[in-house]
Design a protein around this ligand. Structure first.
Ligand code: HEM
Length: 183
């Protein structure tokens, strides 16, 4: 399941980055195929396949590949997290330090707020001061979302960091290794 807040933010992104009309058309096209009927509330929980259905439809309507849309959504979502959860940003001033704290701080706090949250696992290591390696593992296929969130984080702190991505093909987006380098 996935939290309603993620769906609410997705709809906002479609309205802002495409248009309210595109958002309406996406819903009209897939409404009947959505178990929830598309009536999302921020406190509800919905099957994560619904967001993939919405993305597939948006991709069909706009011609933008689905992976790229998920990544763009991640980038947008990070910006929204800075507004929705300012308490996580009071002491944060560095991309690497922030990302390395997702597993043992941010997502741990998220789980206290939302006991039903289904969160991925991140394993981080820093072979030297310029490099952060983040390994993503999930039961769900959201490596592109993680990629977008990482890019959004880099945007937020305004640092120059490049990101390389390795994804084992047979895991269909549920496993990925991100190598970040300060430039
Ligand atoms: C303040 C920052 C953050 C907050 C508040 C936050 C919170 C959340 C929440 C509420 C969910 C949804 C859980 C659910 O639907 O059950 C989620 C999922 C997720 N988060 Fe975070 N997150 C943050 C930062 C990040 C960052 C920077 C990354 C990437 C490195 C990340 C990676 C993910 C991914 C990929 C998922 C989708 C679930 C999955 O892959 O299985 N998050 N997060």
């Amino acid at each position: 399941m996935m939290l309603g807040v993620v769906f609410a933010e997705f709809i906002e992104m479609v309205e802002e980055e495409f248009s309210p009309d595109v958002a309406d058309q996406v819903f009209e096209a897939v409404e009947d195929a959505l178990p929830s009927g598309g009536a999302y509330t921020a406190v509800g929980e919905y099957h994560h396949s619904e967001i993939l259905t919405l993305i597939a439809q948006l991709s069909q309507q706009t011609g933008v590949p689905a992976d790229e849309l998920v990544q763009r959504f991640g980038q947008y979502l990070f910006g929204r997290f800075t507004v929705l959860y300012p308490e996580f940003f009071t002491d944060a001033d560095d991309t690497f330090a922030f990302l390395a704290s997702i597993e043992n701080y941010i997502h741990r706090e998220v789980r206290k707020l939302y006991p039903h949250a289904e969160l991925p696992r991140f394993n981080c290591s820093a072979p030297d001061e310029r490099t952060l390696i983040m390994h993503y593992e999930s039961k769900r296929p959201f490596a592109s979302l993680a990629h977008g969130l990482i890019l959004g984080c880099i945007d937020h702190f305004g640092q120059k960091v490049e990101v390389d991505l390795f994804q084992p093909k047979d895991r269909h987006g549920s496993s990925a290794t991100f190598t970040l380098r300060r430039i």
